[in-house]
Every structure is written in C-alpha cells, then in structure tokens.
Design a protein around this ligand. Structure first.
Ligand code: GDP
Ligand code: IMO
Ligand code: MG
Length: 423
C-alpha cells in the first residue's frame, strides 16, 4: 500500500482515464495533481461514457474520495458542468469530492491572452487547446494568480480582479480585442463559486491520514511526458509539470509515500497539435490508425496525428519518471495489421542520438529506425487473460519490455474499464 502515480508516457491521450478507473476500485483517494480542462480522460464504465476534464475518476467509486489538488488550474464553469454531469448519474458524492482552496482560477482574460499569443506566433504556434491554461499558469508563477482562497473573500477577490483587469485589458486593447468588464466576471465567478463551495476543503489531512494508515492512494496524471514544460518538446508542450517528480507537489504529499509509478502508453503513438513526432505516419497509413483507433481529441475533437510505437521516447519517459510498471493500451487497434513497426532509435546525420541530448529543432530532423514485427491478425478486443493473447501479440509486448527495460503489468484491450489484463 502507499501512493501510485499514473503518468502518460507519450503526448497525452494514452488511455489514462480508462486505466485509472480500473485502478481506482482499490483506492481510498484519487487525486489530480496538475493541468486543467485541457485534459480529457475518457471513462467507459457501468455508469456510462464520460470525458472527464477535472474531476478524477475516483468519483465513480462509492468507496473513494476524489480530490482536485492544489496543482490544478480551474475553469469554474467547466467544473460546475462536470459536477452537474456526475449528479445526473445519481451517484452520491457530497462527502467524496474535495477541491483544494489553493487551486488557481482560469478567467476569461486567460483565454483571450492565449488567443493573442497563438495568433502572434503565426505558423510557429503551439496549437493549444484554447482553454486558457498557459496564461493561467503564467499568472500563478508570476504572482498574478487568483486562487479559490481569494474568491472566498469577496473584498480580496474584487481587489485582485481589479488589478488583473487593469493589466490585462491594456494588452487586450493593444491587440484589438474587446476589453472585459469587472462586473461581469465578478458576478459570474461568485455565482459559480456557490455551486462548488461545499467541496472546497483542504485535502492535506485526509491524504496524510490515509497514507499513514497504508491505504492505496492514486495520483492521476494528465497530458503526457513529452508535453512536460521542462522535459517535453518545448515550446510544443503544456504549461504544467507532468512528471512523477511534480506529482507530490501538486497533490500535497511527501515523496516517501510513493511506491509505484505506472507509465501508460498506447501500443502505437498519437499527438494533437504542433511539434516534432519522429515515428509519425502520413496519409493513408495515418488515416488507417486514426479511423481504427478513433483518434479524435476528447477535449477539442481535433484529429490526432498517428504513428508507430516509439521506444526511444518511452525509454526516456521510463527513466525520468522512474516507471516501476508499464500499461499498454489500445492493443486491439492493431488487430488487423500484417506488419507492425517499432521505432527502436533515432539517427541524426547518420549518428545515433538520444532524446535527452538533442533540441526540439533537432528532433524534427531525426530519422526513426524501425524494427518490423509480424502482426497477430486476430481479435484481441475484450481479452482479459494474458494466456489468451495471440503469440504475435505476446511477442510484440515482450519486444517493448526488452527495449524499455520495464515490466508490462497492464494490457488494455478495449475502452471499457473491465477490458484489461493485469499481469
Ligand atoms: P487519456 O487522456 O489518456 O485519458 O485518453 P483519452 O480518453 O483522451 O483517449 C483514449 C481513447 O481511447 C478514449 O476514447 C478511450 O475510450 C479509448 N481507449 C482507452 N483504452 C482503450 C483500449 O484498450 N482499446 C480501445 N479500443 N480504446 C481504448
Ligand atoms: P490528456 O490528459 C493531448 C496539448 C495540446 C497542445 C499542447 C498545449 O487528455 O492526455 P495547452 O492547452 O495545454 O496549452 O496545449 O498540449 N495537450 C494535450 N494533448 N492530451 C492532453 O491531455 C493534452 N493536454 C494538452 O494539444 O498541443
Ligand atoms: Mg485525453
């Protein structure tokens, strides 16, 4: 027992929501520790199909507490609609949802600023989700953020909002956008606050009590390693720290409690937005994976770029996070392929290069070197026992284990929570 961190090992959308929902059955607390509603975690369980943007999947388990940790940035409008969505399922959660009062808030001006920055960068833009994430984190680290704690005190909130609008409206006007009225934002945010007020409770104590009594705690990562603000393919990244090293800070627990770090990877690779993607496929080959895997964003609906499994990336991800286990998802999507490729390493100007040694500009130029394996050409969808997997599928998984040096403990064979093999 202790804490398990779940980390997306690629560029997001690895199937974290599905695996976390499976693991949360045994957890007393599930906590999101970073990011915001740029995340979209799909869960298909007894209650239906849900794309969760903020509330961790523990909400579906009547024995778990779901926590939105201090590292998360909150769009209150999205949070309220997510709460309403869960209410409609009939689940009771009044005592099972905690929102840290330290969470910073995303305001309408953050979304306008993001649009201004993206447009100003032209063809070099990041293709962000447009949810105001990076301007909200920029305000947080430059001491311009407004937290839930501030909203709970009307006078403090008004004063801080006035100061921020004074700064932000000057920029907004310079770029030809319409300035924002304090009255509109102030009134709307306070109305939204009323709905979430019962859940704003510091989770520090319940987390520490459960950790000390050896209960199972799950830390739900969002996005993916290569979107990490420090170690990802900067500037084509997200604004938060994605790695296991960030998890304890955004959740408010001590690192000594971490006993397991699970890296989640698809059996192939996808990416949304701009940036290097060495094992990317194009045209018909990419379209085949996109259609089979239904690779369209859960948050924005954008088509995801698709490519082969990239062992160079996951090897790095395993080292920087200290993965103890790997979960491989969407095995079933490869069921119809005659041949399946794995990128084993990169060459740059004829020499082998490692991810950590090269810049993003260099990563755009590397040549992926592939190993080709024979496909299994049979249905793995819904298989729940390792022994029932076809020989070629086992070979594929063994090859991944060999290249990464981390054991595969979970294999996902369908979107539904129960379609998983635990080894
Ligand atoms: P997340 O952001 O990492 O939680 O992943 P997303 O939910 O954005 O995207 C993963 C998509 O793949 C969702 O539509 C899931 O329902 C689906 N999915 C997850 N695991 C599997 C699997 O093993 N097989 C299939 N066919 N779909 C899966
Ligand atoms: P989950 O948790 C896939 C990508 C965006 C964009 C870049 C920056 O569902 O795996 P941002 O809005 O964060 O400033 O955008 O990061 N991105 C994701 N891609 N899945 C995600 O989350 C993502 N979160 C951010 O597409 O390229
Ligand atoms: Mg997603």
């Amino acid at each position: 027992m202790g804490a398990t961190i779940i980390i997306g090992a690629q560029w997001g959308d690895e199937g974290k929501g599905k695996v976390i929902d499976y693991l949360s059955k045994k957890a007393s607390i599930v906590i999101r520790f970073h990011g915001g509603n740029n995340a979209g975690h799909t869960i298909v369980n007894l209650h239906g199909k849900f794309a969760m943007h903020l509330i961790p999947s523990g909400i579906f388990n009547e024995n778990s507490i779901a926590v939105i940790g201090n590292g998360v940035v909150l769009d209150l409008e999205v949070l309220v609609s997510e709460i309403e969505m869960i209410e409609k399922t009939g689940l009771k959660f009044s005592k099972r949802l905690y929102i840290s009062p330290r969470c910073n808030i995303i305001f309408p001006y953050h979304k306008i600023l993001e649009k201004i920055y993206e447009e100003a960068k032209g063809k070099n833009k990041t293709w962000t989700t447009g949810r105001g994430i990076s301007p909200a984190y920029a305000d947080k680290v430059s001491y311009n953020g407004i937290r839930l704690f501030d909203l709970l005190n009307k006078k403090v909130f008004k004063e801080k909002l006035e100061t921020q609008l004074n700064i932000k409206n000057k920029i907004i006007k310079t770029f030809g956008e319409k300035p924002l009225e304090i009255k509109d934002i102030y009134t709307k945010q306070l109305k939204l606050l009323e709905k979430i007020k019962p859940y704003i409770k510091e989770p520090f104590e319940i987390l520490n009590i459960d950790l000390m009594s050896n209960k199972e705690i799950l830390l739900e990562g969002a996005h993916g390693v290569f979107l990490d603000n420090d170690w990802g393919t900067y500037p084509f990244v997200t604004a938060s720290g994605v790695l296991s090293g960030n998890a304890t800070i955004g959740a408010g627990i001590a690192p000594k409690y971490i006993k397991k770090i699970v890296g989640i990877s698809k059996a192939y690779t996808t990416r949304v937005g701009h940036g290097p993607f060495p094992s990317e496929l194009f045209e018909k080959e990419a379209e085949r994976l996109r259609q089979l895997g239904n690779e369209f964003g859960s948050t924005t609906g954008r088509p995801r770029r698709c490519g082969w499994f990239d062992a160079e990336l996951i090897r790095f991800a395993a080292k920087i996070n200290g993965f103890s286990d790997l979960a491989i998802t969407k095995m079933d999507i490869l069921d119809s392929f005659d041949k399946i490729k794995i990128c084993t390493h990169y060459l740059l100007d004829g020499s082998k290069v490692k991810y950590e040694d090269i810049s993003t500009e260099m990563l755009f130029k590397v040549k992926p070197i592939y190993k080709t394996l024979t496909g299994w050409k049979s249905k793995t969808n819904g298989i729940r026992r390792y022994d029932d997997l076809p020989k070629e599928a086992k070979n594929y998984l063994k090859e991944i284990e060999k290249l990464i040096g981390v054991k595969i403990s979970y294999i996902s064979t369908g979107p539904e929570t129960e379609n998983i093999i635990e080894i």
